[in-house]
Design a protein around this ligand. Structure first.
Ligand code: ANZ
Ligand code: ZN
Length: 829
């Protein structure tokens, strides 16, 4: 008897797949396209079990679709720019490029060793100039259309390292390197007007029926549309009224003060000459200098200062004080709020802290008006208005409508929609990224680099010290450039792009990866889009998956693609956990995929990561589970070894007698398994764990015949058929063993390119049996059910049977006794 030895089998098949170029995908040819995409990894150097799970799900689907005759696009690439390469350079002195390339090499080796079938001729690494030049090209296109702009915004700053920090380098408000408290600093940066697309991004969610509800909800929240009104409050000393944004116009009779953001543009003009000017200025300065640690610890505690100025409520004519408050954000709405402490909890706390008055104007529909002195918290619900002049007695909703009409009629303001979504800041003060293709000229301002000068190459010399602002600013040869417009000496932009730019469109590039004239050819990509299935982690539900949706719409508006949405079906897989916690280096509960492959082989590793849990749920690591998968594959191997003696030649005609007895029984199980696995692997189901379970059951049905001393010709034929089915159903999950079986069955290679088996319809029909139904031990009826029906199915059929249900009405079933295929006894009271 031969031994199951994955270390011998697996590399051999990997070599043969590679030599046959089996997974190459031609852009044109026979078969309907299927684009199976997994989120591209960051090349950290080693795959972790989360990767293994993610890419194995994708590989199983890709292999299945290929066997079903689809032309499958399945590609791997590397999200190769980013911070860890730069941190490694700062800490260990390795060049980011070398570090990245070595990591990619190592991970590519791991990917091959796991048997993932990619078209490597399409591989992309985002740190290569022939990729990132198109980031620069897109930047120029957006600049032309006014979709990118420059604005001064704060960045994180570590005073002790004297360096700009990325958000990921700020841990609990402190610098990741030295532990110093982080402050903010203003820098001129580039922003993408993603907000222009906010409404479309939100509305488009409805049509994304192939996306998890949870992801759609998270995106809707992230976009955060709120509808309300903008109303001007005339302010003493200002020419233009101060505009506030409110979603609760119905509470305007209860507004007792205005609150402005510390960086409200009119603040300086407002307080000039006020006795409070000094206090306001020092409050604002303190806000700006406040460290993030401070802000984190001050959760809930609102702070503000009186400006010494007043505004007039346009509805009541009343004079109300203007304050500056830290909880009002400059970038939200208009940066100014009418505060209604009786009906907004934040305003309530602020008013109590600073002794500002409260006025109640909304009561519960079935309640009495509240009084300010007895209020313990704001009443924030809608209700019925009181003390609100001509609007008294209206419901909140009615009042909002009438008040808005009056606001419009009197020219005080109008309807306003506000988004939580910020414009996308893409400037990073980093070395390892895409250089921004702009030259700053003292005479002309920022001037785009002419298209024919792209790419602006990232200099090979990496000026990384961990200090200062953008590292590229330390390279005079890079910085110095002639202004493309006037020719005088000018300076290159020294920032690089957010790496979310790279990942926003990489899967379009996979479809035309070597195009030197354009990011991709419009007609080439069309048949593949939208992506049929996109697999990745839930942690990308908002940022990446919003940016890539935006990028698609932007490309559509440039005439590059004809779709509105990039992905038809999104699948978010669960985490891999061990001892109840996510596997992570910091917890020290990592299981190394290499060690696992070395010990059990790729097929066991793949099978475990697909079988141990439904793919959308968390997968709890278990040594016993791995062992179980390993034993299962051994069992398949042994069964085949034992069966060899019985098996006739391939393609033998079907003998008489396969429609009876053990042969028929085995055929029934085999064909039912085809039907189950075929359905479980569909993109809209993706229940890979139950597919594997079905294959295990088929194996159980095969084993007794394999082991039998003697088989008649019908049984031997059915046994061969079952193995041929098993080899093909196993191919997406444990492809190496499947190839071995297929070859052993006398077929030319490859099972990976064989046609998916088809179930014979008549073998799927389950034979029916009559079941006797008793209620409290007395015969009350009979029901027809398929053989092997479950207790739940029997109970449902019994309930639907009028002669039985008459005895069940109004009673409680206390106990059920079920003898499958024979009898159902119900004990009722
Ligand atoms: C008056 C009012 C009365 C409000 C009331 C609420 C309740 P959502 O619904 O989350 O979008 N707001 C407006 N601009 C702001 C800013 N720049 N910073 C902080 N808060 C701001 O929130 C809309 C409400 O948030 C607005 O409606 C406004 O307060 C506040 F009983 O106006 B409201
Ligand atoms: Zn110039």
């Amino acid at each position: 008897m031969t031994r199951y030895d994955p270390a011998e089998i697996e590399p051999r098949w990997q070599q043969r797949w590679h030599a046959a170029d089996l997974f190459r995908c031609e852009t044109e040819g026979a078969g309907e396209p299927f684009y199976c995409l997994e989120m591209l990894p960051y090349p950290s150097g080693r795959l972790h079990m989360g990767h293994v799970r993610n890419y194995t799900i994708g590989d199983a689907v890709a292999r299945y679709q290929r066997m079903r005759g689809r032309r499958v696009m399945h590609v791997m690439g590397w999200d190769a720019f980013g911070l860890p390469a730069e941190n490694a350079a700062i800490q260990h002195g390795t060049h980011p490029r070398r570090w990245t390339e070595e990591n990619i090499e190592a991970m590519r080796r791991q990917a091959r060793r796991l048997g993932w079938g990619y078209d490597w001729s399409r591989e992309i690494s985002t740190c290569e100039a022939d990729y990132y030049r198109w980031n620069q090209w897109f930047f120029l296109r957006m600049l032309e259309r006014g979709l990118v702009y420059r604005a001064r915004r704060p960045v994180n700053w570590c005073p002790s390292c004297a360096t700009v920090l990325a958000n990921e380098q700020v841990h609990g408000g402190r610098c990741w390197r030295c532990g110093e408290a982080v402050t903010e600093r203003d820098l001129d940066q580039w922003f993408v007007r993603i907000r222009d697309y906010a409404d479309e991004l939100l509305q488009g969610l409805e049509a994304l029926e192939g996306w998890p509800e949870r992801v759609r909800r998270m995106q809707a929240h992230w976009i955060g549309r709120s509808e309300g009104a903008a109303v001007g409050f005339p302010a003493e000393g200002l020419e233009r009224p101060i505009e506030v944004f409110t979603t609760r116009l119905d509470t305007i009779y209860g507004a007792t003060y205005l609150a402005l953001a510390p960086d409200h543009p009119d603040l300086e003009a407002l307080v000039a000459g006020s006795p409070q000017a000094g206090a306001v200025r020092s409050f604002v300065a303190r806000q700006r200098g406040r460290t993030l640690v401070d802000r984190f610890s001050a959760v809930g505690e609102k702070e503000g200062v009186f400006t010494g100025r007043y505004a007039r409520n346009p509805f009541t004519g009343e004079r109300i004080p203007i304050w500056v408050a830290d909880f009002v954000l400059a970038e939200v709405g208009t940066g100014a709020v009418m505060s209604v402490p009786a009906h907004d909890q934040r305003d309530f706390e602020f008013a109590r802290k600073y002794g500002l008055p409260l006025r109640c104007v909304v009561r519960a529909p079935d309640g009495l008006p509240l009084t300010a002195d007895r209020l313990e918290a704001a009443y924030t619900e809608d209700g019925v208005l009181h003390d609100s002049g001509p609007y008294t007695g209206l419901s909140s909703a009615q009042a909002r409508e009438r008040m808005l009409a009056d606001v419009q009629a009197r020219g005080w303001g109008g309807r306003r929609v506000v988004y939580r979504l910020r414009d996308w800041g893409i400037s990073r003060q980093r070395y390892w990224g895409t250089p921004i293709p702009v030259i700053h000229c003292e005479l002309c301002g920022p001037v785009p680099v002419p298209e024919e000068e792209l790419p602006v190459r990232l200099p090979e010399q990496a000026p990384l010290t961990g200090e200062g602002g953008s590292p590229l600013a330390r390279l005079p040869e890079f910085v110095r450039a002639a202004c493309p417009r006037c020719g005088t000496s000018a300076q290159r932009d020294t920032d690089t792009m957010d790496t979310f730019v790279d990942s926003s469109w990489y899967f379009f590039r996979y479809l035309d990866p070597h195009n030197a004239r354009a990011p991709f050819d419009t007609t080439r990509v069309r048949p593949w889009l939208p992506v049929d299935l996109y697999i990745g982690g839930i942690e990308h539900a908002t940022m990446h998956l919003i940016y890539t949706r935006f990028w698609t719409k932007m490309m559509r508006d440039l005439g590059l693609v004809a779709i509105d949405e990039p992905v038809r079906r999104l699948f978010t897989q669960g985490m891999v956990i061990k001892d109840g916690a996510k596997m992570s280096k910091s917890r020290g509960n990592i299981v190394d995929p290499d060690a696992m492959v070395a010990r059990y082989g790729a097929d066991t590793t793949r099978l475990f990561s697909l079988f141990a849990a439904p793919p959308e749920k968390d997968l709890e690591w278990s040594e016993a589970g791995v062992e179980g998968c390993w034993r299962f594959l051994q069992r398949v191997w042994r069964a085949f070894d034992e069966a060899r003696a019985h098996l006739g030649p391939p393609n033998a005609p079907r003998p008489a007698g396969v429609d009876r007895g053990a042969a028929l029984e085995l055929r029934r199980v085999a064909h039912r398994t085809i039907a189950r696995v075929t359905e479980d692997l569909l993109p809209e189901r993706l229940q890979l764990n139950t597919a594997v379970a079905a294959i295990m059951e088929l194996t159980n049905a095969i084993v007794p015949l394999s082991r039998a001393e003697r088989l008649d010709s019908a049984e031997a034929w059915a046994l061969r058929e079952a193995f041929e089915i098993l080899a093909r159903l196993l191919a997406p999950f444990a492809p190496h063993l499947a190839e071995q079986l297929w070859e052993g069955l006398g077929h030319p290679p490859f099972v990976s390119a064989a046609a998916w088996p088809e179930a014979e319809a008549e073998l799927l029909v389950r034979e029916s049996v009559t079941i006797v139904v008793q209620v409290n031990g007395r015969l009350r009826g009979r029901v027809e059910l398929p053989r092997g029906a479950s207790e739940a199915e029997a109970l449902e059929a019994a309930r639907a049977e009028p002669r039985v249900s008459a005895y069940l009405d109004g009673r409680r079933i206390e106990r059920v006794v079920y003898v499958p295929d024979r009898l159902l006894n119900l004990v009722v009271r």
